[in-house]
Design a protein around this ligand. Structure first.
Ligand code: ADE
Length: 231
């Protein structure tokens, strides 16, 4: 069981994501256990504030130290399992499949989602967390990024997907010379749609030839769509 805690001022924003599909099933099967915590519940500010204007001026608001630190400390104390503390922000390490694989081996992940211009620097100085970005663009907050990371991580957990193989042969799991490949093309019924036929080899029943064909198609597709992965 992987315990996942998500700290945010908008806990409701993600509830839909976790109530459908594989993420819902993974919770029902006790493969993941997800908890939301509202950072606002931890503020001592009498107006319930969790942000303030930046010292030195400039646009936007900055998340204040006290509610974030108190929320993280309280959540950490809720379970003894050793945890990774992960902040989301555009200035973090770029999240990719090997990170998902590594995270899927954890006992507990604590995600802290920021809003506005980000966090008061002293939050990082005190907690020394890991910081992850999901790409070189700026979101309105870390919530969607946390959902992306939890989704990519959860599906790798044993039992989360229907068949044992489903997470194996797919984009970023196929590799050649240590380089990751995109997935090969998939086909299902009907065998012909208008004049488009499924490649004959896939209907041959020859598993060795099928594997070779798939690897080769994955290579061709990667060369065409993501040559950067091979360089
Ligand atoms: N918060 C704002 N932008 C983000 C990004 N690209 N990744 C993760 N968290 C973010």
């Amino acid at each position: 069981m992987l315990r996942i805690d998500i700290l945010t001022i908008f806990p409701e924003m993600l509830q839909g994501v976790f109530s459908e599909g594989i993420l819902r099933i993974a919770q029902e099967k006790n493969i993941i256990d997800v908890y939301f915590h509202n950072i606002r519940d931890y503020t001592t500010n009498k107006h319930g504030k969790t942000d303030d204007r930046p010292f030195g001026g400039g646009p936007g608001m900055v998340m204040t130290v006290q509610p974030v630190i108190d929320c993280v400390r309280a959540v950490e104390a809720m379970d003894e399992a050793s945890s990774r503390l992960i902040f989301l922000g555009p200035d973090g390490s770029k999240f990719s499949q090997p990170h998902a694989e590594e995270m899927s081996k954890s006992e507990r992940l604590i995600f802290v989602c920021g809003r506005y211009e980000g966090f008061d620097q002293r939050i990082f100085d005190i907690l020394n967390p890991e910081v992850f970005s999901i790409g070189d663009y700026v979101l309105t907050g870390g919530e969607l990024a946390a959902a992306v990371i939890v989704d990519a991580t959860s599906r790798l957990l044993p039992g989360a997907l229907g068949t044992a193989e489903s997470a194996h042969d797919e984009s970023f799991s196929l590799e050649i010379d240590g380089k990751q490949l995109l997935d090969y093309p998939h086909y299902t019924q009907p065998a012909t749609y208008n004049d488009l036929a499924v490649p004959e080899i896939l209907r041959s029943g020859n598993h060795k030839l099928i594997s070779e064909w798939r690897l080769n198609e994955a290579k061709k597709k990667t060369e065409k769509l993501r040559p950067d992965l091979l360089s």
